[in-house]
Ligand binder design. Structure first.
Ligand code: G3I
Length: 358
């Protein structure tokens, strides 16, 4: 009798527990994780850096963003907050608040940091662009900027994008405030100052559209070769890799380019990869499969090259990406969807990392 009562009680409790579990499962956000494999674990096994650019807005406001970022990546690049304008808003004032938040997050989760970027012609404050400077004044401004920012993070930054997008279309430097105000030696000076400020940090030249073979990658190649010939402290080249399924890079050309940079003794990082799909053809599903292939090819090429040591995407969720705003239409260029569900591109990266031997 007692057992019969107990049985009834137990089956009633079991029903309640089952019900509660079901409710809990249904109300959980859709972050399904296949077989508990993460990109980060797989990259760690290969002694490889897998990273993502970080939006400060998302990091501050979205707990799932923080969770997925720390779970999947072992490297971060601040997407905007280390650029000249946000970090040096007035001539005699620096604002490290936002950049510090990303650095603190990365250190708390044992992630490496790529500093981005010290010398660029965009994201410059008005105080800098709206005044006529002499060569000496501009050199002093740039030297102090580089020294102050690098020194603030000395020991914390694994690699700096010291100079960003300096090469123009032809084999010459882009006409920027730096090139016109200082002269073409601003590139070499920037690397020398950066090295003085943190001799441990790896120093990179970073650019877009120079990933494969062609006029621009030849120009980047000559630039870094000349710098090395002058004993300028430069350790690597960042291949940004902003691509689309319509114009995917040729993997064999990227491999050849990485190899020739390696022969100069330089490392390569894939620094800003994303793959637009709005201008492609086919259904949404077909486009996502094409997108996955582009990611897969580039990570595959990188992992096969001993001097390609990091693969960083420009964001990781379609919820936060610069593409729709810049191109004026919806797009889905990253490896997680807006609800943080892994896309075919994510699965493709898992596959390449699982079978790689870096
Ligand atoms: O932070 C201000 C905010 O205060 C203001 O209210 C708002 C109004 O528009 O603008 C905000 O700043 C924007 C910033 O992104 C942060 O969202 C800038 O206007 C906008 O120009 C800026 O765009 C960034 C762009 O670089 C220029 O700095 C993109 O997010 C960023 O993804 C993009 O990244 C570059 C890499 O650094 C270099 N390689 C190419 C890549 C894509 O362009």
């Amino acid at each position: 009798m007692i057992f019969k009562g107990l049985n009834k009680y137990l089956s009633f409790s079991a029903l309640i527990i089952l019900g509660l579990t079901a409710t809990l499962l249904i109300s959980l956000p859709a972050i399904s994780q296949p077989a508990n494999i993460t990109l980060r674990d797989l990259a760690q096994e290969q002694n490889f850096h897998i990273g993502a650019a970080v939006s400060i807005k998302a990091l501050r406001n979205d707990p799932t963003y923080r969770e997925v970022l720390a779970r999947e990546f072992n490297m971060v690049t601040p997407e905007n907050v280390m650029k000249f304008k946000p970090i040096h808003p007035e001539r005699d004032r620096y604002d490290f608040t936002a950049a510090n938040e990303i650095v603190t997050f990365a250190k708390a989760h044992q992630m490496q940091i790529r500093g981005h970027t010290l010398v660029w012609h965009r994201s410059l404050p008005d105080w800098l662009t709206e005044t006529e400077w002499t060569r000496e004044e501009l050199m002093e401004i740039l030297r102090r900027h580089i020294f102050t920012v690098i020194s603030h993070y000395r020991g914390d930054i694994y690699a700096w994008d010291v100079v960003n997008e300096a090469v123009g279309c032809k084999d010459s430097l882009r006409k920027t405030i730096w090139q016109q105000g200082i002269g073409s030696d601003y590139v070499e000076l920037a690397f020398r100052w950066a090295h003085e400020a943190d001799p441990q940090a790896l120093l990179f030249y970073n650019d877009y559209d120079g990933e494969g073979l062609g006029e621009k990658s030849d120009a980047i190649y000559s630039l870094v070769k000349d710098l090395l010939a002058k004993d300028v402290p430069i350790h690597g080249v960042g291949l940004q890799m902003h691509k689309s399924i319509k114009n995917p890079p040729k993997p064999e050309d990227v491999a050849t380019n990485i190899k020739r940079l390696g022969e100069l003794g330089l490392e390569v990082h894939i620094t800003e990869m994303d793959v637009q799909i709005h201008n492609g053809t086919g259904t949404q599903e077909e486009r996502l499969v094409k997108q996955a292939k582009v990611y897969q090819d580039i990570l595959g090429v990188c992992l096969k090259a001993p001097n390609c040591t990091a693969f960083v995407t420009w964001g990781f969720t379609d919820k936060f990406t610069w593409i729709p705003r810049a191109f004026g239409q919806p797009d889905f260029p990253l490896i997680f969807d807006k609800s943080y569900r892994p896309k075919p591109a994510y699965q493709a990266l898992v596959e390449v990392l699982s079978t790689a031997n870096h």
